[in-house]
Write a protein that binds this ligand. Sequence first.
Ligand code: UT7
Length: 335
Amino acid sequence: MYNSKITGVGKYLPENIVTNADLEKIMETSDEWIQERTGIKERRHIVKGDGNSTSVMGIKAARIAIARAGLEPKEIDFILFATLSPDYYFPGSGVLVQEALDIPNCPAMDIRMQCSGFVYAVATADQFIKTGMYQNILVIGSEYHSGGLDMTTRGRNISVIFGDGAGAVVMSRTTNPSEGILSSHLYSQGKYAEELSLIGPNTGRWVPEIMALNDPEDISYYPYMNGQFVFKNAVVRFAEVIQEGLEKTGWNSEQIGLLIPHQANLRIAQFVQKKFRLREDQVYNNIQRYGNTTAASIPIALTEAWEEGKVTEGSKIVLAAFGSGFTWGSVMIQW
Ligand code: UT7
C-alpha cells in the first residue's frame, strides 16, 4: 500500500510590488476600502518584458521544490499544472514546464479549477501515487493575472484583489500509511459557473468576432465576479469541507497545526477561523502581501509557512479552497 507525502516546496513571486496607494493613482479606490474589505495591502505584478510568464514563474518555483525534495528533475514522473491563466489558450502550461526541466516524455496535465486548482491537483497526484502508477509528482500552481485585468475604476472590485505568483510542491511515494495526504474532499457546482468567470473569448465567440463588434460595452474578456454572492457561498463551503476532513481523519480543530486557506479574502479566512475556534497561530494568511493568486495562493502560503518553520514533521496541516466553478475542496495532511 502506498501513500503520498509532500517532500519539497517552492515559491516564486515577481519582484514588482504594487501597493494600494499605487492603485489609488489609476482608479477610484482607496487603501482604506481595500484593506477593510479584503485585508490586502500590496500584491505582485509581472512587469511586461521581465521574462516572466505563468509557466516561467511555475518553473522557478518548481526548481526550488525539486531541489528541496532532494531530487533531480529527471526523477519527476508526472507534472500537474494548476492555473486559470495559462501561457496559451492551448496547449497547457504543464508541457512547457516539462520541456524547460528537460524531462523527456514525462506526462504533463493542466488542471483548470481556478482557486481550487491546487487542492484538486494535490488530490489528483495523491491518487496517482496511491495506485502505484507514479512515484514523484510535481504539482504547480501559477497565475499571471495582472496582464488581463481591467485596471480602471470599472474593474476595481476585481483588479485590486488579484496578484501574480507561483508555488510548487513535489509529492512522493511513502509506504507509511499514517503520514502524508490522509484524505481529500472535492466538490463543484456548475450551476454558478458564471458568478465568477471570464466568458469571452470562448469557442462560440472568438477574438476576431469580439473585435469586429468593437462594442465598448462588451467587457466579457475581463473577469466578472458577483462578489457578495461568492463571499456568502465561500464561507459556507469552506466550513463544510474542512469539517468533512476533520470527521474523516478523526482530528478535532484543536489538533490542527496549520490551516492554510486559499487566500481569497482575509475576512473569509477570519470567518473560518472563528467558526472552528482556531487560534491566530493555527491559520496562515499572507493575502496582505500578495493578494489573491488563485491556484498559486495555497502553495505560496505553504512554502512561506514551511520556510518560517511553521510546518514541521508531525504537523497536522489542512488545505482548503473555494472558487470559480463553483469548486471547493480540502486536503488533510499529516506532515
Ligand atoms: O478567490 C475566489 C473566491 N473569491 C472570493 O471569495 C471573493 C469573495 N468576495 C469578496 O471578497 C468581496 O465581495 C469583495 C472584496 C470582492 C467586495 O467586497 P464587498 O464588501 O462585497 O463590496 P461590494 O461588492 O458589495 O461593493 C460595495 C461598494 C460598492 O459601491 P456602492 O454600490 O455601495 O456605492 C462598490 O462599487 O464598494 C464599491 N467598490 C469599491 N470601492 C473602492 C467595489 N470595489 C471597490 C474598490 N474600491 N476597489
